[in-house]
Write a protein that binds this ligand. Structure first.
Ligand code: AGP
Length: 608
């Protein structure tokens, strides 16, 4: 997905847009560009590569003008070249686009037949020629923009500026977020509030089908029927301070070390330490859960693995039947939802297209929808019936770490609340489980002191070409998460397996060159997992065992081990996430990859 910024301003806006784009670089960073109006005419600077390269271009060829739009790209159609970089422009209009125009081929053929010449391989460029075509037919910029977006199918957001219309900027939203920023003498457009935080914290989010017409400080929003409408102007919490690395080498390192604090923030929202009990009002969904016949859990990537852990907790603590699937599958599966079911969606960004689509489908099927999100103003948060926020703060590193453990903290609180609501947990159970949860921040902080040892193990792991992870019960999703962390930032091939599945094929992969990370908290499945581990060792596999002191002592000789503080097995998924995060982080450093912005990825995937 891509980042959009626009300013209808009273100063040269290009340098300001560039700074704002830096706050969106986590959304995509394979090319970038800015367009402004200079004496009424469109002028552009674009570059492939990261924003620093665009900064160099602007330094050598400054761009003036008080009305401008900017874009940082994660390529969907067309290679990340300068030609394909946004803004795309004709002589009459310049446009930046986030999302996908699904009918761009037929529109491109139609517009080519009408005499329009295309320069790029992108889907986005059709919007330029479609708007231009309407302008050539005599429509005003507002009419042309509204007519054009009605022809576009897909999920997208757009921002555009027009020749000879200084101070005019038009935005459109259909499936991908677009925020309108209200200043005193200027107005703004941005993919999220975070990008606009240095300018204003007064933000309205467009709804699907909306078109906003900005003329300097004057803002008019039209709904999908073309009627003037109002969207709530909120005061956002997004910090104006550019998120920095807190003295660490990477955002990922900073965010791994923020976990004691942010897990604590999240738990404080859901648990009453005085009880300790789950806050009745904090998890105000007892009704949704006390009668639900089934809970469906869905998400993507790391968020899905958090949901998978939740499945074990809901089934064990609340005796609640759970169905789970990745959102990209669930949304197309023609799921048979129960009439009194609930559906839970987990998302850090709250903008992941597949997760949002799956939520909409579940809602259409009569499910009570619940969202665990880290961005309170996100699309998923706005469309769910019930929102359970996490308090991880902005997560900039593309690899999700603190958001994952905060999702687990919220899910654990939610599972306890469900057990209480359904009468499967006694008050004593509730107090015990909440007390265990409240120890998580301290235990995570205690574990982080072992970082130097894990740095060395990460360097060892970095020598491998294939790495396996395995675990049982709630440690199985952790094995999947550990493998994802390693492959997405170090580019080493890695797979996660249910430990009991190894003997059904994957054990054929084992030899002395394949490290196998065994996640074995001292729980009821410990002995079974150790048996699987010994099957691996019998075939020469290099086992890296992650367990507590007693578990490591009982497991015998292994290639390497990581000792996790003693804790109730209920806490294991949160606690054991930290070693797999650090292992992947140090393997990636040893490999010399871009830890915070790994190749081919983006922080939030708002396209299918
Ligand atoms: C996590 O390390 C990945 N970057 C990715 O799997 C991510 O978790 C997934 O895209 C879901 O994103 P979301 O939580 O913002 O919905």
């Amino acid at each position: 997905m891509c980042g959009i910024v626009g300013i209808a301003g009273t100063r040269d806006v290009a340098p300001v847009i560039l700074d704002a784009l830096r706050r969106l670089e986590y959304r995509g960073y394979d090319s970038a560009g800015i367009a402004t109006l200079v004496d009424g005419h469109i002028d552009r600077r674009r570059s492939s590569g990261k924003l620093n390269k665009l900064g160099d271009v602007l330094h050598s060829r400054p761009l003036h003008g008080h009305t401008g739009i900017g874009h940082t790209r994660w390529a969907t159609h067309g290679a990340p070249t300068e030609t394909n970089a946004h803004p795309h422009a004709s002589k009459r209009v310049a446009i930046v686009h986030n999302g996908i125009v699904e009918n761009f081929r037929e529109l491109r053929d139609e517009l080519k037949a009408a005499g329009h010449t295309f320069e790029s391989q992108t889907d986005s460029e059709v919007a330029v020629h479609l708007v231009t075509d309407y302008l050539d037919k005599g429509l005003s910029p507002s009419e042309a923009a509204q007519a054009a977006v009605r022809r576009l199918t897909g999920a997208y957001s757009l921002a555009m500026i027009f020749t000879d219309h200084d101070g005019l900027m038009i935005g459109a939203r259909k499936g991908a977020p677009l925020a309108v920023g209200y200043g005193t003498t200027e107005s703004y457009l941005g993919s999220d509030a975070f990008a606009l935080a240095p300018f204003t914290n007064k933000v309205a989010y467009l709804e699907d089908g909306d078109v906003v017409v900005i003329k300097g400080p004057d803002i008019t929003i039209y709904d999908s029927e073309g009627r003037p409408t109002n969207r709530e102007v909120k005061t956002t919490s997004a910090s104006a301070a550019l998120v920095d690395k807190g003295g660490k080498k990477h955002f990922m390192a900073k965010e791994i070390h923020e976990q004691p604090e942010v897990i604590g923030h999240t738990l404080a929202h859901y648990l009453d330490p005085a009880g300790p009990v789950v806050q009745r009002q904090g998890v105000g969904l007892r009704g949704a859960l006390s009668k639900a016949s089934r809970l469906t859990i869905s998400a993507c990537g790391t968020a899905f693995y958090a949901g998978m852990v939740g499945k074990y907790w809901f089934e064990k603590l609340a005796r609640l039947p759970v169905e789970s699937d990745v959102a990209s599958e669930l949304r197309y599966r023609d799921v048979i939802y129960p009439k009194d079911g609930a559906a839970l969606f987990v998302s850090q960004s709250g903008e992941t297209a597949d997760t949002l689509a799956a939520l909409r489908e579940a809602k259409a099927q009569g499910q009570t929808t619940i969202a665990i999100v880290n961005v309170a103003e996100s699309s998923i948060a706005r469309e769910a019936d019930i929102v359970l926020p996490t308090f991880a703060g902005p997560e900039i590193g593309v690899a999700s770490t603190k958001a994952f453990t905060c999702q687990l903290a919220a899910l654990a609180s939610f599972a306890i609340a469900a057990g209480v609501a359904r009468g499967t947990l006694s008050e004593a159970d509730e107090k015990r489980l909440c007390a265990q949860l409240l120890a998580a921040p301290r235990l995570v902080a205690e574990f982080l002191k072992q970082e130097p040892k894990i740095e060395q193990l990460g360097q060892e792991i970095a020598k491998a070409t294939d790495v396996l992870y395995m675990g049982r019960g709630p440690s199985y999703p952790l094995a999947l998460e550990g493998a994802l962390k390693l492959k997405e930032i170090s580019y080493i091939h890695a797979e996660g397996y249910a430990a009991g599945e190894m003997k059904h094929g994957p054990i054929a992969l084992i030899d002395e060159n394949v490290p196998v990370v065994v996640i074995a908290p001292h729980d009821a499945l410990f002995e079974k997992t150790i048996s699987n581990m010994q099957e691996v060792m019998a075939r020469g596999g290099k086992v890296l065992l992650i367990s507590d002191k007693e578990g490591i002592a009982r497991a015998g000789d292994v290639w390497a081990s990581i000792q996790v503080p003693d804790a109730d097995p209920f806490l294991a998924p949160i606690l054991y996430a930290i070693p797999v995060q650090l292992l992947s982080y140090y393997a990636a450093i040893a490999k010399g990859t871009d830890v915070d912005q790994p190749r081919n990825l983006a922080k939030s995937v708002t396209v299918e």
